[in-house]
Each structure stands twice: as structure tokens, then as C-alpha cells.
Design a protein around this ligand. Sequence first.
Ligand code: AMP
Length: 221
Amino acid sequence: MRLILFGPPGAGKGTHARVLAETWQVPHWATGDILRRHIREGTELGKRAKAVLAKGELVSDALVNELMIDQMSEPDGKRGFILDGYPRTVGQADALENFLKRQNEKLDVALYFKTSVEVIVDRLSGRRSCPQCGANYHVRNIPPRVEGVCDRCQSKLVERADDRPETVRHRLEVYEKETSPLLDYYRRRGLLKEVPGDLDVAELQVKLRKILAGLAKQTTG
Ligand code: AMP
């Protein structure tokens, strides 16, 4: 199973990707999480990416492609994967397509999380994230068991700096300009599947599980 999840910030990609990856036992690679890990660990890449993330801009295609192609080339990528937040530009989508062609593989589906601006603003303003394991919560919709503490690794939850209203506005503009062309890109390839990102987590999970079960049936014939 090889799928990509894309949509505006706050669409719920990360939350759903984690659940699907556990169900299907495939790796979940979120470019944003990988970049934040590099920043936390102070690697060369992290130093280059830090200011870009803070401004809500996109890291260069060259850098992100190299990062993700290295990741997908790891042996556990053979079982399939869920890509969350990659590709985010047509240049990245081309790089992914070429990489998969070289491996004689292909994507099963590109899931587009169609989400309204009101829901995005509400989700991002209430989002709390775990800086350690990347888990996401929401103060009202998905609260952790203990306020301010990650259920998975007990780290202290934080508000992401790029979830501030002015940076969110810029991220949405960047999304419109750079990422929304992927809708046509994957529609033309017959891979696009639109899902309602406004639904709450449990409702959308039901839909996603159905889609994936259908795909699994097709692949196993
Ligand atoms: P996310 O966690 O998916 O919201 O990503 C956080 C930030 O990481 C984005 O605003 C970008 O600065 C950077 N980023 C994540 N994925 C990509 C990508 N595929 N291409 C370029 N920059 C990215």
C-alpha cells in the first residue's frame, strides 16, 4: 500500500496517517516531523530548514526530495508507506513519480483532505503537538488524557510556532500556490480521491478504512 495524504495545514493528515499506518503496518513518513526532528537535533539540514519553517515557507524541492527519497529507499519502504505532507509541489510529485518508476512501483492513491477555512483555523488554534514523537492533539476535539502531556511518550505538549495566526495565513497562501496544483496532477493520473477533511476524526476514519480496504482488495486481485 503506497499512499500520499495532502491538503491544507490543519486538514488532519497527520492524525489520520498515524492511525492508518498502525492498522496497515506500513511506515508513516511526515516530512514536517522529519524536518522538525532535524531542527531539534541541530543537524546541518535542520539549521538550513529552521528559518524556513518558522516563516511558513516551503523548504526547497532539492532538499526535501533528497530527504524523502533516502527515506523511501530504506528496506522498510518495500512494504509500502504513507507519505504525509510530501509531495507538496509539482516538482516534488515528479521526483516521487520518477523514483517509484525506477523501483517498478506506483502509488495506489492520493488522498486529498478537502477542508474549509473555518475548520482549519479552529484546528490550528487549538492544536497542541508533542515535540518528541510528533503526536497531535486538540484542546477540545482530541484532548490528551492528562492536560498538556503526550499520551504516548509523556513529553510536555507545545503550540507550534508556525500555528500562529499570521503564519497560518501565509501557510495557506503557500498551499494555494504550490500544493493545490497537485489536485489536477493526480486527477489526470486517475489517482485522486477526495475525502471530507471537515469530519471529526472517528467519522473520517470509517471512510478512510473503507477506501483502503477497497484498494487492498484491488491489489490482491
Ligand atoms: P507540516 O508539519 O506538514 O505542517 O509541515 C511544517 C513545515 O515543514 C511546512 O510549513 C514547511 O515549512 C515544511 N515542509 C513540510 N513538508 C514539506 C515539503 N514537502 N516541502 C517543503 N517544505 C515542507
